[in-house]
Design a protein around this ligand. Structure first.
Ligand SMILES: N[C@@H](CCC(=O)N[C@@H](CS)C(=O)NCC(=O)O)C(=O)O
Length: 208
């Protein structure tokens, strides 16, 4: 049987999935790509995932997954003992699901639209306005999430995949200083997650 193949890129959301693969003990191999750079790597990625996004995960049977939250839930289904998600009957399950989808459905797309605004609208004032409004929306979303974050982990006593998202995404724009100033709870959970050996190993690979 083949291993899972994670197609990713340093510093990207693929780090979250890489952490989850390690925590669940799922045999896998890593294919790192400069995902925006034209070439054979991107050509293959586009065949697997028409949006050309990472993480893209190829399962041992060849099935392709292109959404990090779906991947997390799949890995949890395959290895529930690893604790990536609360069990369906656990009281914190609802908060877990809502925050997971808030992160991927609302926060993550702000990077899609604010990273390179002229891709989506006319360069110049229209692009500047798109950038600013998307950044404002991102700040609103983070403040909303900040108000729901527990101690020492996002769900409180219990570590979960949400801590993986937070520890990676708080390293992205607007950056650690902004989070330290405006989102101290998120900053504290991110620092706590870094103590997890698999999280630390993946952060070392992606952000050093
Ligand atoms: N909804 C996807 C978002 C993935 C995503 O946006 N990845 C970024 C890299 S961190 C990307 O590939 N951006 C390039 C693009 O959107 O063209 C997920 O949760 O996995």
């Amino acid at each position: 049987m083949n291993d899972y193949e994670l197609i990713g890129s340093p510093g990207c959301g693929s780090a979250i999935v890489e952490m989850a693969l390690r925590i669940t003990g799922t045999p896998h191999r890593l294919t790192d790509l400069p995902y925006l750079e034209p070439g054979p790597g991107r050509d293959r990625l586009l065949k697997l995932n028409p949006l050309g996004q990472v993480p893209t995960l190829v399962l041992p049977d060849g099935t392709v997954m292109t959404e990090s939250a779906a991947i997390i839930l799949h890995l949890h289904d395959a290895s529930p003992q690893s604790g990536l998600a609360p069990a369906p009957t656990a009281p914190e399950r609802v908060r877990f699901l809502n925050l997971l989808f808030r992160l991927v459905g609302a926060v993550y797309p702000t990077f899609t639209y604010a990273d390179d605004p002229p891709k989506w609208t006319l360069a110049g004032p229209a692009a500047d306005r798109l950038h600013d409004t998307v950044m404002e929306r991102r700040a609103t979303l983070w403040r909303e999430i900040e108000a729901q974050v527990g101690k020492p982990h996002v769900l409180g006593e219990r570590f979960s995949a949400l801590d993986l998202y937070v520890t990676v995404m708080t390293r992205w724009r607007p950056g650690k200083d902004w989070f330290a100033q405006h989102c101290p709870n998120l900053t504290a959970t991110a620092r706590r997650a870094e103590e997890h050996p698999h999280v630390a190993a993946v952060l070392g690979r992606h952000f050093s």
